[in-house]
Write a protein that binds this ligand. Structure first.
Ligand code: ZN
Length: 241
């Protein structure tokens, strides 16, 4: 498919009236599940990672690294160091910044920035029903974030570690939702399915699954919506078209 886009080769088209400049490019947006909540996204000729951690193979240097929160299964400074290059933009919550070191930006929920042609907006991610001890949620509001990543005219939502929170109902025009479904610290399969139905993306991928069976998630989503459920294996890549 060929579409207009901003960051590509341009050429002239000779019409009978005038020369018109038009930019075209191949749509390329791919999502690779590395492990747990860890993904590599390729778009606009750029490499984006979300929630790099100990597991999952990441070797290509990053243009953009996003971290949802500072738990070790979402933020691994040594893994980040491995794929960081001069010019890599890193966005992480404030309590991750010193762990990672160097120049790291922070986006609070509702804030956004654009890096090259990639728009990144932070959104809420928190527990209101899962507690480490009474009154002490695993992920209190304000502790971490989720991200909306928009490139090539498509929006990917990485939910971070979160319950099915009311803010998800406000999300609009999500093409691909990456939702935690493993329970204990986040939504379980049935809650993640409810969240998917509320968000209504074109495609949903369960992640942060632990050892739960994502078929439970798939069945509920498919029974109540037309959302396409894509269940990757670790290391598997999916082309979004
Ligand atoms: Zn966490």
């Amino acid at each position: 498919m060929v579409v207009e886009c901003g960051n590509s080769e341009s050429f002239k088209i000779n019409t009978s009236i005038e020369y018109r400049e038009r930019k075209v490019c191949e749509v390329t947006l791919s999502i690779k599940w590395l492990a747990h909540a860890s993904f590599q996204i390729k778009t606009e000729g750029r490499i984006i990672y979300v929630d790099l951690e100990k597991y999952g193979e990441a070797s290509e240097k990053a243009d953009l690294i996003l971290v949802t929160h500072s738990h070790t299964d979402h933020c691994d400074p040594s893994k980040i160091k491995k794929v960081r290059k001069p010019g890599t933009v890193i966005i992480a919550p404030e309590d991750c910044v010193s762990k990672i070191g160097g120049n790291v930006k922070t986006l609070k929920p509702g804030e956004e920035t654009t890096i090259a042609n990639i728009r990144v907006k932070a959104v809420e991610a928190y527990n209101y029903k899962r507690f480490r001890s009474p009154g002490n949620p695993y992920h209190p509001k304000g502790y971490g974030v989720g991200y909306l990543i928009t490139a090539e005219g498509k929006t990917i939502y990485h939910a971070g570690d979160t319950d099915f929170i009311p803010e998800m109902r406000q999300l609009r025009l999500v093409d691909v939702a990456l939702l935690p479904s493993g329970g204990t610290y986040t939504m379980d399969n049935l809650e993640a399915a409810e969240a998917a139905i509320a968000i209504n993306p074109k495609i949903v991928m369960p992640m942060h699954r632990w050892d739960t069976d994502p078929e439970e998630f798939r069945k509920k989503v498919e029974a109540k919506s037309n959302i396409k459920v894509v269940m990757l294996q670790e290391g598997e890549e999916y082309q979004v078209v």
